[in-house]
Ligand binder design. Structure first.
Ligand code: SF4
Length: 382
């Protein structure tokens, strides 16, 4: 069943590199500072790439994404081996985008040039802020100057496609600082900017500092003001919104990430990596030694047709262009689930009055205000 799903259309392939030089104070990803595991983990990843390529009979892949952790901690030889294994195990002839994430504190020109020569064509840099005090608070291993230098090095290495992450909601971060950082980043000529809200849901050192009263998070209103100001400022800088948290120059949209919002199939390999094909979804263990030793449990979920249908607007409304509602209705009819889409439609139409939703022909999308309140609106599909 998976094999036919994997051949229905090209896949996206995500590889998780779970190593970091140091732990950021807010991080809850499956990563470790224990680099002694790196050779073994990379060898296991190579094995998994080959095994999945063989099991799925060398399916076509049109987007690659090397995430983490810190993929830029791979040695030149590890990156070359991994890239060669990907080319062998999967049909990369339809490849449209090959992204890797990099920490600005770990890149140099020779490594970036090699990555570019190997065919990686897009780099996503975790900048987070351009203020050394805030970066230290986040436990980042780089300062602001190093972040800008990394963007410059990537350009010199031949990366036409460069993205940066900017974080909102950091204790001590002001609106003018975020806007200033956004302007400085846009001036580097990058083609993509992701705006993330600092998420401290899980236990982490920064959460403990806040709970102890030593630091304070900005209020919800302050954070909302920042997001609203960015909605106005970034398009002025040429970076148009195409998803709730993502802005790009024309043609700079992340093709790989867009597949998640379009609910297109992907295979994820590495600790904590998630995959989705057809109505199956699975997540590998986040316990790194267990994954590396091939002992980790895989969490498998089969979505029922109603759950799978609900994911289309749940994810699709994150995109600026929204959802083709006529196509969604047709799909619902084929599944005998029309009452479900009719119910959502009634609720969305009520939100048109409040200027949170726009209905244009067959398409429905969130307005700029709707994007700011998307958490509440999208709850109807959960
Ligand atoms: S670099 Fe990223 S993955 Fe690594 S600790 Fe920091 S936030 Fe976590």
């Amino acid at each position: 069943m998976l094999r036919s799903a994997a051949h229905a259309e090209p896949l996206g392939l995500y590889l998780h590199i779970p190593f970091c030089l140091d732990r950021c104070t807010y991080c809850s990803f499956a990563t470790t500072r224990d680099r002694s595991l790196q050779p073994e983990t990379t060898a296991r990843l190579l094995h998994q790439v080959r095994a999945w390529g063989a099991a799925l009979e060398r399916p076509a892949v049109d987007t690659l994404y090397l995430g983490g952790g810190t993929p830029s901690l791979l040695s030149a030889a590890e990156l070359a081996d991994l890239t060669a294994a990907l080319r062998e195990a999967f049909d990369l002839s339809p490849l449209t985008e090959a992204t890797f994430e990099a920490n600005p504190g770990t890149v140099d020109l020779p490594w970036l040039r090699q990555a570019r020569d190997l065919g990686w064509d897009r780099v996503s840099l975790g900048v987070q802020a351009l203020d050394d005090v805030l970066l230290a608070r986040l436990g980042r291993i780089h300062g602001a100057a190093q972040a800008l230098e990394a963007l410059d090095l990537a350009e010199r290495a031949g990366f036409r496609r460069r993205s940066a992450d900017l974080m909102v909601g950091i204790p001590g971060q002001s609106l003018s600082k975020v806007l200033g950082d956004a302007r400085t980043l846009a001036a580097t000529g990058l083609d993509h900017l992701s705006i993330y809200l600092l998420d401290l849901d899980k236990a982490c050192p920064l959460r403990a500092e806040i709970d102890a009263g030593r630091l304070a998070l900005p209020s919800e209103d302050e954070v909302a003001d920042v997001f609203e100001a960015l909605q106005t400022e970034l398009p002025r800088l040429g970076l148009a919104p195409y998803e709730i948290s993502n802005y790009a120059l024309p043609g700079g949209e992340s093709i790989h990430n867009t597949r998640y919002w379009e609910r297109r199939p992907y295979l994820g390999l590495g600790p904590s990596a998630a995959s989705q094909m057809g109505d199956f979804r699975w997540t590998e263990t986040s316990v790194i030694p267990a994954w590396t030793g091939g002992r980790g449990e895989v969490e498998l979920q089969e979505l029922d047709p109603a759950e799978a249908l609900a994911e289309l607007p749940l994810l699709g409304l994150r995109l600026h262009r929204g959802v083709d509602w006529a196509a969604l209705r047709t799909r619902a009819d084929a599944l005998n689930l029309r009452p479900l889409t009719d119910g959502w439609e009634a609720r969305l139409r009520a939100l048109v009055e409040q200027e949170l939703v726009l209905w244009e022909g067959d398409w429905v999308r969130l307005t700029a205000r709707g994007m700011l309140m998307s958490n509440g609106i999208l709850q109807m599909f959960v």
